[in-house]
Design a protein around this ligand. Sequence first.
Ligand code: HEC
Ligand code: HEC
Ligand code: HEC
Ligand code: HEC
Ligand code: HEC
Length: 238
Amino acid sequence: MPQYFPPNSNAFAKWSIIGGLIFFTLILTCLAIYVRSYRNRVNVPVSQPIPFSHALHAGELGVDCRYCHSSVEVAANANIPPVETCMTCHSQIRQGSPRLYPLYASWDQAIPGVNDTKSLEAGTDAPAPSSERLEWNRVHDLADFVYFNHSAHVNKGVGCSSCHGEVNRMEGMWKNEQMSMGWCLECHRAPEKYVRPIDEVFNVNYKKPGNQLALGQQLVEEYHINTGKLAQCSTCHR
Ligand code: HEC
Ligand code: HEC
Ligand code: HEC
Ligand code: HEC
Ligand code: HEC
């Protein structure tokens, strides 16, 4: 057979195949990293229908977490507050603020001059009462095959800020941690590094004391934390 290609073309063909494979894997890896980081976005504020500020409400005004997230001590899920909770203050405070329109639009009671269509015939763009539900976008969302329980943590001295960070300084809300399995296990293997006195659980400014390990050890015993089962698969995958 006559040779149509120079002798080194074999090597060229071989290397272009290998190069192609490397390129292909690289693209796949980039894609996987992009998808993962998109899903596990950390430190990126999630946009919301109302620019609600924890820095203002939980920080400056000092409203307790439980005023709004009232189920956090007693249930697996922490609730997002209903419109009624906001309206205990905002039926009076900053009624005219356009930032609060979605709140008034979802409130089923008419406030003259704010969301009462009759009194608004003079023509503002404020919404009518009870027209829409206020839907907050989720910030944290573990996969369905993972079991998580707030009350189990909160009642054993694991503070909000150990997992959610300095919420009282956040203008928007974002995930403070990856919330991956490795992250959960880091604490489940050695809870004494994090456990604090129960009356400090809602104190977002709490700082670990110098004697954390000794104090933690003591609290782990006092609160009967079952360190034996914490790292078992069935604790979180059931
Ligand atoms: C005045 C009511 C109010 C108070 C007080 C409050 N929150 Fe919230 N919180 C909200 C609302 C409304 C949302 C939903 C909007 C958002 O995610 O920004 C929310 C969202 C959150 C989320 C994210 C939920 C998700 O979608 O995953 C966390 C975490 C959280 N709050 C923690 C706290 C902690 C910790 C405190 C106490 C330091 C606190 N909050 C105090 C109203 C409140
Ligand atoms: C304990 C009373 C209280 C509660 C409950 C409360 N707020 Fe507020 N909110 C305030 C005060 C006080 C201000 C600041 C008013 C000012 O700066 O003049 C404010 C300001 C705001 C602002 C900024 C308004 C603007 O025009 O800049 C938004 C948005 C807001 N709150 C949303 C909410 C939402 C949503 C809820 C329910 C999850 C809520 N608030 C619950 C007291 C409250
Ligand atoms: C041990 C870590 C941990 C602690 C402590 C913790 N959280 Fe959470 N929080 C999470 C995780 C994980 C999720 C996501 C749960 C899911 O997707 O099922 C979450 C979700 C939330 C949500 C969204 C609603 C929900 O339940 O999914 C709110 C609100 C919230 N946390 C508030 C709080 C408050 C307030 C405290 C303190 C009283 C607190 N959290 C303490 C880890 C924690
Ligand atoms: C900062 C420490 C810490 C972190 C982070 C943490 N946990 Fe825990 N977890 C604890 C402690 C302490 C207990 C209480 C153990 C006990 O009661 O014996 C606990 C208990 C549990 C339980 C048992 C609840 C029950 O009802 O039996 C589950 C499930 C759980 N954690 C899941 C998770 C998951 C999932 C994550 C990660 C998203 C996580 N935890 C992150 C400290 C932590
Ligand atoms: C403290 C809680 C906890 C324990 C204990 C735990 N896991 Fe997980 N696991 C998680 C969380 C959280 C995720 C990630 C979920 C997500 O990405 O939303 C996860 C994810 C996984 C995944 C999916 C792949 C991945 O990495 O995302 C597998 C498989 C898995 N776990 C197996 C196990 C096995 C096997 C054990 C026992 C050796 C175990 N887990 C113990 C919390 C736990």
